[in-house]
Design a protein around this ligand. Structure first.
Ligand code: NOJ
Length: 532
């Protein structure tokens, strides 16, 4: 990496879903001291930074994405001292800490929202949120037809202080997550206080939740109510990706620019390349989450398109590409790719592809262990998606089950308390960190090797060259390496060269069908893969 390139341009961000990482106080929920106690593991793995899911004060309706106080730590996770301890301990290991920032909405328990309920219509308190009168003679119909991303209407009617039904407020997510009014300067001022509060404590930046949200189309026109998937492509959806959102990102960037090395990573669910790139202009976000690999089947042509489009999008602004295969909102890739041994083999192959790509990568805790989604019984489900969809959508709990660290049975060293916030499957005994560290053939050992090779790359180039390959395979050169993936039904012959790493067993000079990827240094490859 050249000396003047920012630290995040080739960083490995490790996503810590704090509830599920490590529990230090025996309440069955992960916490900040738990994370601090496991930093050596992250060092061993080769993480450059942590992205910490929300740990601020929250009633936890949406597990922290309903923030009641953005400038304090929820007691469930510890306190400000625990955060300081974590940041210090991470810095001692050259690991940076980035936090989640949730600017689109607050919790309904936030003091602003509580004041808005009491203050009544047309008050300055209500103007911090999006309150409107209802339609129809008695205002009994919601102000427009918008639906919540979690299902059901995006409006809830309040009972006014006089006891009568009154105005409606907007919530693009749960009813306990009222949307802020970004036309109100006070909302900007408060965000600046929050940003500086954490940056002054040594935090290196933020993952910005719903970064394509916040601004709403003027006049709040009706949307075309199509299928409301958890995160649908906004297109011309008046709820998302409205031009004035860029003003908010420029504001955030001006604050971050006061702090050396601070980074803003936006959760931008926008698939049009030019519109996505607009968030990465030099005075907006440093990085934008790129969900194309998450949304792509295990199929060579589609994967190649996803990679090409991702690179083309960031190239429009000379920005850094990012890659991710999973997070706390989507089915784990082992399951997405078919589950069982096939799903795992494909997930390992895709990890190798992702780690070979140029730019920054995001690894979700447990991905390095090859964890699959867990089929949880109805009675333990907690995601608001499950409740708001009336039980039609199971929600995201299955990808959030706590990490198995050690031992032979749940809670596998995650906690002293067997009653973990989501139950852990006994079958994970063979997948614990302890077990996998001792097994050179494990997914964890494979990740460690891949991450080590990745760290050895030089240069910050974002160029990628495709090499001729059989139709069901991908072969690309990047940063001194050649990476091949066989997603087809037949084995393919490997190019000549010294293999650095394979995601599964090689059969002679052949890359086995369906499930294997392979990495070699460019200099030793004399020819492209030959069709058998
Ligand atoms: C995106 C977050 O990743 C998700 O977990 C959350 O439910 C929504 N934003 C709402 O904040």
């Amino acid at each position: 990496m050249s000396d003047d390139s920012p630290w995040w341009s080739r960083a490995v961000f490790y996503q810590v879903y704090a509830r599920s990482f490590a529990d230090s106080d025996g309440d069955g929920v992960g916490d900040l001291d738990g994370v601090a106690a496991r930093l050596d593991y992250l060092k061993l793995l080769g993480a450059d930074a942590i992205w910490l899911n929300p740990v601020t004060v929250s009633p936890m309706v949406d597990h922290g994405y309903d923030v009641a106080d953005p400038r304090d730590i929820d007691p469930l996770f510890g306190d400000l001292d625990a955060l300081d301890r974590l940041v210090t301990a991470a810095h001692q290991r050259a690991i940076k800490v980035t936090m989640d920032l949730v600017p689109n909405h607050t919790s309904s328990q936030h003091r602003w929202f509580q004041a808005a309920l009491v203050a009544g219509a047309d008050s300055t308190q209500r103007d911090r949120y999006i309150f409107r009168d209802g339609r129809g003679d008695d205002g009994a119909l919601p102000p427009n037809n918008w639906v919540s991303v979690f299902g059901g209407p995006a409006w809830t009617r309040v009972t006014e202080p006089d006891g009568n039904p009154g105005q409606w407020y907007l919530h693009l997510f749960d009813a306990e997550q009222p949307d802020l009014n970004w036309d109100n300067p006070e909302v900007f001022e408060d965000l600046e206080r929050t940003l500086r509060f954490w940056l002054d404590r040594g935090v290196h930046g933020f993952r910005i939740d719903v970064a394509h949200g916040m601004a709403k189309a003027p006049g709040l026109p009706d949307m075309e109510v199509a299928e409301n998937k958890l995160f649908s492509d906004p297109g011309d959806d008046p709820r998302f990706n409205v031009e004035s959102v860029h003003e908010i990102h420029r504001f955030i960037r001006r604050v971050l620019d006061d702090y050396d090395g601070a980074v803003a990573v936006g959760e931008v669910w926008v698939y049009d390349n030019a519109q996505f790139a607009a968030y990465l202009r030099h005075d907006e976000l440093h990085l934008g989450f790129n969900f194309r690999l998450v949304r792509t089947e295990y199929e060579a042509r589609a994967l190649r398109d996803a990679i090409d489009n991702s690179l083309a999008a960031v190239a429009l602004e000379g920005a850094t590409p990012t890659w991710t295969l999973s997070n706390h909102d989507v089915e784990r890739e082992v399951t997405r790719y078919g589950g069982g041994a096939t799903g795992l083999a494909r997930a390992r192959a895709m990890a190798l592809v992702m780690l070979a790509l140029p730019g920054a990568v995001f690894v979700y805790n447990g991905e390095e262990l090859g964890l699959a989604n867990v089929d949880l019984p109805d009675e333990v489900l907690q995601d608001p998606v499950w409740f708001r969809s009336g039980g039609r959508e199971r929600g995201r709990d299955g990808c959030r089950v706590p990490m198995p660290w050690s031992g032979e049975q749940p809670p596998f060293g995650f906690s002293d308390n067997p009653d973990t916030w989501l139950p852990m499957p006994p079958q994970w005994a063979s997948l614990t960190v302890e077990r996998q560290l001792g097994d050179p053939g494990s997914t964890l050992s494979f990740f460690r090797r891949a991450l080590k090779i990745r760290r050895g790359f030089t240069g910050t180039g974002t160029e990628l060259q495709w090499v001729d390959a059989p139709a069901d395979a991908l072969i690309f050169r990047v940063e001194g390496l050649v990476c091949a993936l066989n997603a087809g039904a037949e084995p393919i012959a490997l190019p000549d060269g010294d293999v650095l790493l394979t995601s599964g067993p090689l059969v002679g000079g052949w890359l086995p069908p369906d499930t294997a990827a392979w990495l070699a240094p460019v200099r030793s490859v004399s020819s492209a893969a030959r069709c058998p």
